[in-house]
Design a protein around this ligand. Structure first.
Ligand code: G16
Length: 564
């Protein structure tokens, strides 16, 4: 057993170590500065609600550049701060959902996840660190605020002179006479077992056997999900080995921007069309986001959670546990609300950020939830789960095919068409303006906030001219009172709500690392006109959004970077 010596290293605070929507995300070069990562890790250890002493922490991430160094720093600081055990994923490869599961399964104190999610990685791109608590979910704001406060006060951090931890070999190593141990575990196996208990993989296999025409393609985008895709889709379900693209986790995601949307997953989209692929999916760097598409068919994430919820009773996990309630983030379309209403399920509308779902799930008030930002999940863990969603869609197809009988060939479009026929369609689109000048974006938001603030509101409601042809019924800056712990989240998005139920929403992204990203969300409901092209259906509303916000005037941007 290796003894170690603890050193108190003098340091000074770094500015801006404030976790965003989901952890601290900065350029890798920022994390590489002397003391920068150690400072943040010390602040994190100091802010663990149960205390770092005797803690058991899970460590892993999406394998992006600088992860190996960060794991060594975490080990040195953890040992010095009295942490009892680190469970580290083999080679550091642990998807965010698998990390959430491991924390829960091992009943660990929490976990440190090394990821900047869908942000590009590599020496010139982003790195990130986030803390998840004992429930497996992202730390709530009370904890992230405490971490931030601590980063502003640090004068020292404690580190042990450990030898480098070997994360390439499975097994346990003890240090300091056994007071600190590191166990390296397979980061994939436990998650695969979980999925086998959540879904009926045999039913999916039967569907596949009955449909040799059903071709598939999965794009891991060079991120962490390659090994999970292979284990589940190739080994368990029997898809051909070449059904997975970009399946080798790479420190820079093979140069990809690992964000599964129509812009950044364009190679997949092109292959789906060229090769007539019936079902395709992509996931992001850390495996919590997903995109579902097929030839001529894109499943909008807001629709995805609604359809998954509608079919939940056919899935073994929900057949066992029931659907206790559903939730969506505020900007996500109201498609889910309609499913909840039909089934009589409790429904919650939360701010953007998966952390807001955790309390509801822990209190048994929410079984499925989703966000327009390509995130869907359930209470099987406390993170959104890309692979879970892909399996969810495969099991929907299997259930629908079984019901339809062999004469009908069920596909993604069949499922969506039926859903729209039953519930109507919430047309939804998001325009992203990435890396806008921070001051310009702030000025635009300040003006919008003034329009909806109690003092400005009557003027905004009185002058309807900017909103024509829509009639403005209400406007506000969304705020949320957590029904479980009473915590309040303010300024979560400026909303303009129209008389016909349409909405436009503006907020700044909390996950970027450079400049500001403005997100504009538009939504309109049609009960019967359900087969329009979304950009056509939303054309007028988008014009209203651009006019009301004066986005072009403030930022100089004529076109968005990404349209969903
Ligand atoms: C993170 C959160 C999500 C949230 C998203 C929004 O996603 O985990 O719950 O919806 O950010 O990001 P923004 O603030 O940029 O709109 P991820 O996948 O980056 O971890």
């Amino acid at each position: 057993m290796t003894e170690f010596v603890i050193e108190q290293v003098a340091t000074t605070p770094f500015e801006g170590q404030k976790p965003g929507t989901s952890g601290l995300r900065k350029r890798t070069t920022v994390f590489q500065q002397k003391h920068y990562t150690a400072n943040f890790v010390q602040a994190l250890l100091d802010s663990i609600p149960e205390g770092a002493k005797d803690a058991h922490l899970v460590v892993g991430g999406d394998g992006r550049y600088y992860s190996d160094e960060a794991i060594q720093i975490i080990a040195r600081l953890a040992a010095a701060n009295g942490v009892r055990k680190l469970t580290v994923a083999h080679r550091g490869i642990l998807s965010t959902p698998a990390g959430s599961h491991l924390i829960r399964k091992l009943k660990a104190t929490g976990g440190i996840l090394l990821t900047a999610s869908h942000n590009p990685g590599g020496p010139d791109n982003d790195f990130g660190i986030k803390y998840n608590g004992a429930n497996g979910g992202p730390a709530p704001e009370a904890v992230t605020d405490a971490i931030y406060r601590r980063t502003t006060q640090l004068t020292h951090y404690a580190q042990a002179d450990l030898p480098p931890i070997d994360i390439t070999t499975l097994g346990t190593t003890a240090f300091g006479g056994g007071c600190f141990e590191v166990e390296v575990v397979d980061g994939v196996a436990a998650y695969v077992e979980l999925m086998k208990s959540v879904y009926d993989l045999e039913a999916i296999k039967q569907f596949l056997r009955s449909r040799p025409d059903f071709t598939v393609l999965f794009d891991a985008m060079g991120g962490v999900t390659g090994p999970y895709f292979r284990a589940l889709f190739v080994q368990e379900l029997g898809f051909p080995a070449d059904c997975c693209m970009n399946a080798e986790p790479s420190p820079d995601f093979g140069g990809h921007h690992p964000d599964p949307n129509l812009t950044y997953a364009k190679d997949l989209v092109a292959r789906v069309e060229a090769e007539n692929v019936a079902f395709a999916a992509a996931s992001d760097g850390d495996g919590d986001r997903n995109m579902i598409i097929g030839k001529g068919c894109f499943v909008n994430p807001s629709d995805s959670i609604a359809v998954l919820a509608a079919y939940a009773p056919t899935m073994p996990y929900f057949a066992r546990s029931g659907v206790k309630g559903v939730a969506r983030s505020m900007p996500t379309s109201g498609a889910l609300d309609r499913v909840a209403k039909k089934h009589g399920w409790p429904f919650h509308e939360t701010p953007t950020g998966w952390k807001f779902f955790g309390n509801l799930m822990d209190a048994g008030q929410c079984s499925l939830c989703g966000e327009e930002s390509f995130g869907t999940g359930s209470d099987h863990i406390r993170e959104k789960d890309g692979v879970w969603a892909v399996l969810g869609w495969l099991s929907i197809l299997a259930a629908a095919q079984q019901k339809a009988g062999p004469e009908v060939k069920v596909g993604l479009k069949t499922i969506l068409d039926r859903h729209y026929a039953e519930y109507g369609r919430n047309y939804f689109s998001r325009y992203d303006y990435e890396e806008v000048d921070g001051e310009q974006a702030a000025a635009m938001m300040a003006r919008l906030r003034a329009m909806v603030a109690p003092e400005g509101r009557s003027t905004t409601l009185a002058d309807q001219s900017p909103f024509a042809p829509y009639t403005l019924k209400d406007c506000d800056d969304f705020h949320y009172v957590d029904p479980i712990d009473g915590s309040v989240a303010e300024k979560q998005g400026v909303r303009f709500l129209f008389a016909d139920g349409s909405r436009i929403i503006f907020r700044l992204s909390g996950t970027g690392s450079q400049g500001a990203t403005i997100r504009v969300y538009v939504e309109a409901y049609e009960a019967t006109r359900v087969d329009l092209e979304p950009q056509t259906a939303l054309k007028d509303l988008i014009q209203v959004a651009l006019r009301v916000s004066q986005l072009q005037e403030f930022t100089g941007r004529k076109v968005p970077t990404v349209i969903t």
